[in-house]
Write a protein that binds this ligand. Sequence first.
Ligand SMILES: Nc1nc2c(ncn2[C@@H]2O[C@H](COP(=O)(O)OP(=O)(O)OP(=O)(O)O)[C@@H](O)[C@H]2O)c(=O)[nH]1
Length: 601
Amino acid sequence: MAGFFKKIFSFGKKEVVEERVDETAPLPPIKWDALEALKPEAEQAAPEVSAREPEPAPHPPLDGEGRHEVAGRGDRADAEARASHPHPRAALGTSPIEGEVEPTPQPAPEEPKPEPAPAIPPAPEPTVPPEPEPLPGPKPEEEPQPAPQTPEPPAPEEVPPAQPEPLHAPAPEPAPQEVPAPAPAQPDIEPSRPEPQPEPAPVEVPTPPAEVPPAPVEVPPAEAPSVEPSAEADAEIAPPIRQPAPVEPQPILAEIAPEPEAVPSPPKPAPSAGKVTVSKKVEQKAEPVKAPEPAPRRSWFQRMREGLARSSRELTGNIAGVFTKRKLDEDTLQDLEDVLIRADLGVETALRVTDSLASSRYGRDVSDSEVRAVMAAEVEKVLTPVAKPLELDLSHKPHVILVVGVNGTGKTTTIGKLAAKLTDGGLKVMLAAGDTFRAAAIEQLKIWGERTKSPVIATKLGADAAGLAYDAFEKAKEAGSDVLIIDTAGRLQNKTELMAELEKIVRVLGKLDPEAPHTVLQTVDATTGQNALNQVEIFRNVAGVNGLVMTKLDGTARGGILVAIAAKHRLPVYFIGVGEQVDDLEPFSASEFARAIAGVA
Ligand SMILES: Nc1nc2c(ncn2[C@@H]2O[C@H](COP(=O)(O)OP(=O)(O)OP(=O)(O)O)[C@@H](O)[C@H]2O)c(=O)[nH]1
């Protein structure tokens, strides 16, 4: 190729000077604007050849004359060729003159490149704007490939602009996402920079989906074809002189590559010692949560003693006040009697205590502890005859227990507790919800029935209680129950019609068994006080109460009233209630109760 000369006519010297042309030197920039101005209007009409590829002929050999015209006519021809054969981008609205070195910098292969193997992921090309669709089609290679130097289209007179030899037969279908992809669009491409080798990254780019989130913007697959075909073109054609180089590829690649490793998953806590389950993942087996140890329950006696503490404190304090440094005389005995009566023990019991003291210690110095000991002994004497166990005559089938008492004194609760004792003892128990005035009472009894596995006979609200008692008695007979416990309405004893209902219940039960009800228990609230005496009086007369259950002795009981009731009515006290739980029904003990209320250890 040596022998290119440039003839320069010098007006000053009137001669032609020949200069050797360095064909490898970069050509001066083409003044497109100047050429455009020189072009006639008609020539600027863009034919629809834009889709056709220009001849990818190798650089035509230029003789000296030809080269001489390159600066003038050659540039014009080039401009005309551009006008008549706009760059494919022009058809897409992109200005073909985006840079001085415009014509597509990618060397054009002779044949359309086959589609890159789909197995090879595209190499990340950071310089190209991200392509949403990875289409590694052959379009980039099919772009008109200019000569390594400035494109040299044929002269306008030799090759009509409208008939440039297409590089490839039909132009590629205008895939909008493919054309703008190639890097040559960048105006500031380094022409002399060689085409970067395709990155081996394709194999590395696919990131483990579980660990690294996809970074679509950073790894546009559409860029791959622009890289790989270029490499092939390098192999087929002479080394390209001007190859568009990606702009700053390395920094972005550096961002992509380390990503999989650069995002370490947070350290997972290793399961501690113990059992683990492996299902979807390894999970530590939850240690069974130990229920906190329930506080040891106080004995019923402790609870009763604490319940009687109020009575006991008041009583013993007053006793101590009476007998501080005083001899036992008539005045002190009178004062002691008053203290005992105020403690609900009743006149009879009070006199028993004072009489006992007077007979043994009259005229002597007496301490309060001596007085309390005498009192405990006398109270015990009063209570011992009534502290009897409940006896059931099971010759009656069933033994009928009628439970009465003022509302709220603990009838239903006591029935439940008692049923538990009986069923625990192997007896067959049936319950009857005779309190037809209160829906809650019926439900409450049903709950106790479930707890104690005792059938409950109930009827609708407001129904005749006597009729229910009769039905329950028959059913208990049929069922072979050992015990039938009948609940009743807890109404005030001064209501005549309510008392009449109790009398009626007793009457109808007697029709099935003249001795029924065999036991009539009355619940007495130990916190009631003096009114309990009247309650027992009335229920005893109406319903024939023949036994008592003193309830709520675990509360702020006024225990003295039990002594008064026992002394007056001499009714057996079968049980005391010391709580709301099923086993909070204790047999009554005269000595324990007496010592508790007298404050004697
Ligand atoms: N602390 C304590 N509470 C009790 C005792 N006995 C019953 N109770 C409570 O006293 C309240 C009334 O008890 P019930 O069994 O419903 O009394 P009732 O006589 O059947 O009442 P009525 O159905 O209205 O006639 C309930 O909250 C019981 O839990 C006891 O011995 N100690």
